[in-house]
Design a protein around this ligand. Structure first.
Ligand code: NCD
Length: 307
């Protein structure tokens, strides 16, 4: 069965297949004459979205992706509060129950690291990890990389600056794993000392001979970067006090950035990028959202064995 659990599971050949398909789905949607075809591709199929943590983009883009392809979509959006997990039901039992309703795929967001892996062990249908605590968010990383591919024309030989809460950001973690699959990339991790990237990522990059550095100097990082990937401080994942956001990209930072750089953010944007940046052509974060829906359509097709 084809689950989507961690970014490490993908290789460049698969990623190319996925990007090509996302691009052709995007073309299909843009072409008025052929648009109807899109809605018949997955008609009769059913997708469940089980979200135990808050979400706007991931939930709605999976839902929109499925519905544009003609699927039926069943959503539980506050599952932590409104499902039987409040009564003490295990995740495994919840998944066993959902499978009895015969979905074709289950998209799961959960507050515990490795929840999707646990779900995949008892599920009779593909599981897509839509974020597991501060673990991973593989579909986001694929759409981030897809955006890099579209903005920069390549996913190799790039200097990528990643900030700001590298310890808790599952999107930074998954994207780092993916970037490590492509030759010649150099990763610049920018964070305060207490929010540095975790050892598992560094060990992986070393194993793959991907060069990286860690810095607290935002300006020197931005100067070198072809791609900047900026994610908020993940306040909900702190038990003590969280540090204030000191790594803000505003108008002054735009002056340092290369003229052809691309600035990405998985969103939500809080205070790590100021709104003044939005009008700059290098700000790619809203285009990133649109790319995400098509990338997720291709992913759904793949887990269903249709790609
Ligand atoms: C991210 C997440 O949930 O990890 N959001 C998303 O899925 N686009 C990033 C975040 O919440 O900061």
């Amino acid at each position: 069965m084809k689950h989507i659990l961690r970014a490490q599971q993908f290789d460049p050949k698969f990623i190319k297949l996925l990007f090509d398909r996302a691009e052709s789905l995007q073309e299909l949607a843009d072409d008025q004459r052929r648009h109807q075809k899109l809605g018949s591709l997955l008609s009769g199929r059913m997708m469940f979205l089980m979200f135990f943590e808050p979400s706007t983009r991931t939930r709605i883009s999976f839902s929109a992706a499925g519905q544009h392809l003609g699927m039926q979509v069943v959503t539980a959006e506050n599952a932590r509060e409104s499902s039987s997990s409040t009564k003490g039901e295990s995740l495994e039992d919840t998944i066993r129950v959902l499978c009895e309703y015969q979905p074709d795929v289950i998209v799961l967001r959960h507050f515990e690291v490795d929840a999707a892996v646990r779900a995949s062990k008892v599920s009779s249908v593909p599981i897509i990890n839509a974020g597991d605590g501060h673990g991973q968010h593989p579909s986001q990383a694929l759409l981030d990389l897809y955006t890099i591919h579209r903005e920069m024309g390549r996913t190799t030989k790039l200097n990528i600056a990643l900030g700001t809460d590298l310890l808790h950001s599952r999107t930074v973690r998954s994207l780092s794993y993916l970037l490590g699959k492509f030759e010649g990339n150099h990763l610049i991790f920018v964070s305060p000392a207490e929010l540095r990237i975790a050892p598992d990522i560094k060990a992986y990059l070393k194993r793959r001979n991907i060069s990286f550095e860690e810095t607290e100097n935002i300006n020197s990082a931005l100067k070198k970067a072809d791609v900047v990937y900026w994610n908020r401080i993940q306040k909900e994942r702190f038990t003590g006090n969280f540090p204030p956001q000191t790594f803000v990209i505003g108008s002054d930072q735009l002056k340092i950035l290369k003229p052809k750089a691309a600035l990405l953010n998985p969103l939500p944007r809080i205070d790590e990028i100021s709104e003044a940046v939005d009008q700059d052509s290098r700000a790619a974060y809203f285009r990133q959202v649109g790319n995400g829906m098509f990338l997720r359509m291709a992913l759904i097709e793949w887990v269903l064995g249709l790609l």
